[in-house]
Design a protein around this ligand. Structure first.
Ligand SMILES: Nc1ncnc2c1ncn2[C@@H]1O[C@H](COP(=O)(O)O)[C@@H](OP(=O)(O)O)[C@H]1O
Ligand SMILES: [Mg+2]
Length: 287
């Protein structure tokens, strides 16, 4: 089997080419720019999601075969029955932030992560509208690549907790999350679409924290795995509110509960605050 640097070189190339395809749909320069929007369990899917999913899976399968690797893409995943016991699993979100892609906010990304024993060991996050990819190998640091340069990304936050800025979802909001956001010690908040773009915003030091709280639905493994590794390898944290690490490819594709991603030495404090505020909310709701 190839070593991780060789695997990364292929995954980066796939990320760039997939970004070109999404970019051409986004700007209407493909032959047939009709996105053919459909809804699956209230989440939109377009022809761009499907085309890029096919492209990524075919390229990875051609390079790595079926013997050592399994392939799970948002667009091809059907049910838990499809779970395979291969040692290494590719988790692919061909278009994260489909709603923002359709609404033309520019916030959409491609996620490609390689999972071993439930944890990401290699990842690529492409942000087509910024002409940027971020990539990481476990214990190897995070890098940002643009058409003109490649630089290491290293976070060294110093701000007090009240001055931190939080990025939150535009579309996945509910009462429990609103209560949490209103009561956190950091009140600078901005809405950004796509988990990959939210984490990129933190890597670019335009925000400090991302919070995800599941409601009736939850983000999926492919929404979180690749962004997690590029953040943690840059020096950030990404955990459940109780501080435990995230696990992928466990048999349940959903990432339930509260997740906190941060660049910050206030990570633990914010996790504790989030737990306290949610218990308060649950108590108020019960009486
Ligand atoms: N509570 C939730 N329930 C379901 N999906 C969620 C979710 N929170 C985030 N996601 C998923 O995470 C991605 C970013 O969402 P958001 O911009 O709202 O943060 C979207 O992926 P897709 O666009 O790949 O479907 C969305 O489906
Ligand atoms: Mg997604």
């Amino acid at each position: 089997m190839k070593d991780l640097e060789d695997i990364l070189a292929i995954a980066r190339d796939v990320g760039w080419k997939a970004a070109d395809i999404l970019h051409s749909y986004y700007h209407g320069t493909v032959k047939d720019p009709d996105l053919q929007v459909q809804y699956k369990q209230s989440e939109p899917v377009t022809i761009a999601d499907v085309t890029v999913s096919q492209y990524i899976v075919q390229r990875l399968q051609a390079a790595f075969g079926e013997q050592d690797f399994a392939y799970i893409s948002e667009e091809t995943y059907k049910s838990q029955l499809q779970l395979q016991n291969s040692q290494l699993v590719w988790l692919i979100d061909p278009l994260d932030g489909t709603r923002d892609f359709i609404n033309k906010t520019g916030d959409y990304a491609i996620h490609i992560a390689l999972i071993q024993e439930h944890r990401p060991i290699l990842s690529v996050v492409a942000v087509p509208e910024a002409e940027t990819i971020y990539y990481a190998i476990k214990d190897g640091g995070t890098f940002k690549e643009t058409p003109t340069a490649t630089v290491a990304v290293k976070l060294s936050p110093t701000k007090p907790v009240e001055d931190l800025t939080l990025v939150v979802s535009r579309s996945h909001r509910h009462e429990r999350l609103e209560y949490l956001l209103q009561n956190l010690p950091c009140q600078n908040q901005k809405a950004v679409g796509s988990v990959g773009c939210k984490i990129a915003t933190i890597l670019e030091q335009n925000a400090d924290i991302y919070i995800s709280l599941s409601g009736k639905s939850a983000p999926k493994d492919w929404d979180i795995a690749a962004p997690e590794l590029i953040l943690t390898e840059a020096g950030g944290n990404f955990t459940h509110f109780d501080g435990s690490p995230l696990q992928y490819h466990t048999g349940d594709i959903n990432q339930w509960g509260g997740l906190l991603a941060s660049n910050s030495n206030s990570h633990q404090l914010l996790c504790q605050e989030a737990q306290r505020i949610l218990s308060e909310f649950d108590r108020i709701k019960k009486v």
